[in-house]
Design a protein around this ligand. Structure first.
Ligand SMILES: CC(C)(COP(=O)(O)OP(=O)(O)OC[C@H]1O[C@@H](n2cnc3c(N)ncnc32)[C@H](O)[C@@H]1OP(=O)(O)O)[C@@H](O)C(=O)NCCC(=O)NCCS
Length: 177
């Protein structure tokens, strides 16, 4: 789907913000920790990930702090629409001199789902990945998570494998960018 609005990469380097005119991605800030916790720990989101446990807020805060302290090259974004935080998405695990990476930690808050925001956010993330030299991206999705699976297939991801994690099957998907 065309948005008709060019993605603004100049902003990405200056202020870590990408936008298609409806949805923006900006790098998370320490003050986003509470929102990130709420969306990830939401009972409708948690079962979709490898770690389904309710993590104590302090552990989550430590993870956010570590993101800023280590500066590992990962990019963790807040998804915003209409000036509000609506979700989160990340690029990480860069390999092969930045030509390959994984993406994930993808959640749209339940009240904002099914209005096309996830599709827009994913498109912005993949455009950004391409702009920084990523040639192939991969992700995983819990078998049976049809919402995510359909969205990823539509974006060009195809199944390249699967793995078992404590009795649950995760599909591995990849896409040339
Ligand atoms: C997956 C997720 C991020 C999608 O976000 P979203 O904003 O609701 O998605 P969109 O509205 O952009 O939907 C785009 C497409 O995804 C698919 N989709 C979205 N929700 C769906 C649902 N409940 N059932 C089936 N397909 C769905 C459809 O193909 C949809 O296209 P359509 O609107 O033309 O039918 C969101 O459902 C979510 O946060 N889920 C919980 C966490 C999660 O599963 N994260 C991914 C882990 S791999």
């Amino acid at each position: 789907m065309e948005t008709g609005v060019a993605t603004d990469y100049s902003d990405a380097s200056a202020q870590n913000r990408l936008s298609d005119g409806v949805v923006s991605l900006r790098e998370i800030a320490p003050g986003d920790a509470e929102f990130l916790y709420q969306v990830r720990m939401d009972p409708l989101s948690r079962p979709m990930f490898r770690n389904v446990e309710l993590v104590p807020y302090e552990s989550h805060e430590r993870m956010v702090r570590k993101y800023f302290e280590t500066r590992s090259g990962d990019r963790w974004f807040l998804i915003e629409a209409g000036g509000k935080a609506v979700g989160t998405i990340s690029l990480y695990g860069f390999e092969d001199e930045g030509r390959r990476c994984e993406w994930g930690r993808f959640v749209i808050a339940p009240e904002w789902r099914k209005s096309g925001l996830g599709r827009r956010a994913l498109r912005l993330l993949l455009d950004y990945a391409r702009s920084v030299g990523v040639e192939r991206a991969h992700c995983e999705v819990l078998a049976g998570n049809t919402a995510a699976q359909r969205l990823y297939q539509e974006a060009g991801f195809v199944q390249t494998g699967e793995s078992d994690y404590h009795g649950r099957t995760f599909l591995e998907l990849s896409c040339d960018l």
